[in-house]
Design a protein around this ligand. Structure first.
Ligand code: ADP
Ligand code: AMP
Length: 216
């Protein structure tokens, strides 16, 4: 099964991708996590990507398409995958369509998580992330049991470098300019499933499963 998750930063794509990944036993592929690892390791990709990420802008399509094409060839993706954060532009969507079309494995569904700007900003400003397992927490809605440590592995949680108020606003604007057109792109292909994501995590999960019931 092959899924793409769409939605504003903070919509809960990562949170719900983890739930679906655990249920279906297919990998969650987060391009944001892969890029942050490259930044951490100081690779050439990381050094180039960081300048865009810290400004709240997108990393160029050529880099992203190569990165995802390689990842989809890994053995664990052969049974299916959840793409969380890719694609974000129409050229990326066309490139993915071509790669999957050649392999005869089209997308089953594109799930769009819907939230308003105010919720997006509150969710991102309050988010902290475990650098080891990538779980996210929220200071108001899902705080870790022990102050600032990951519940799963005890690693100190971190704030991302693109989570300040100014960068978040830029990211919302970039989403509107470059990612919103994908809604029409996928609606035309009849794979788009909208989920109202302004609700607690468990409620959004139930809505997601309901929206996908005919393909699961
Ligand atoms: P995205 O991957 O779309 O950027 P995340 O899954 O990282 O979003 O979620 C953003 C923040 O909001 C995280 O701190 C997460 O814990 C929190 N969060 C996610 N879904 C919900 C929800 N339904 N209700 C409240 N907080 C949520
Ligand atoms: P995320 O973790 O999904 O919020 O992504 C964090 C940042 O990584 C984004 O703001 C972009 O700078 C970059 N990024 C992640 N995925 C993509 C993509 N598909 N295309 C371009 N840039 C991306």
């Amino acid at each position: 099964m092959r899924f793409v998750f769409l939605g504003l930063p903070g919509a809960g794509k990562g949170t719900q991708a983890r739930v679906l990944s655990e249920r279906l036993g297919i990998p969650q592929i987060s391009t944001g996590d892969t890029l942050r690892e490259a930044v951490q390791e100081g690779t050439a990709l990381g050094i180039e990507a960081r300048t865009f990420m810290d400004r709240g802008e997108y990393v160029p399509d050529g880099i992203m398409v190569r990165m995802v094409d390689e990842r989809l060839h890994d053995a664990d993706a052969s049974k299916g995958f959840i793409l969380d954060g890719f694609q974000r532009t129409v050229p990326q969507a066309r490139a993915l369509e071509e790669v999957l079309g050649q392999a005869g494995t089209p997308l089953d569904a594109v799930v769009q998580f819907l939230i308003g700007d105010v919720t997006a900003i509150r969710r991102i400003i309050g988010r902290s992330t475990c650098p080891a397992c990538k779980r996210t927490y929220h200071q108001e809605w899902s705080p870790p049991a022990d102050d600032s440590l990951c519940d799963a592995d005890g690693t100190p949680l971190e704030k991302r470098s693109d989570e300040d108020a100014l960068t978040v606003k830029r990211r919302l604007a970039v989403y509107r300019e470059q990612t919103q057109p994908l809604e029409a792109f996928y609606a035309e292909r009849d794979v788009l499933r909208a989920v109202d994501a302004e609700a607690p995590v468990a409620v959004v999960s139930a809505r997601m499963f309901d929206a996908l019931r005919d393909v699961l």
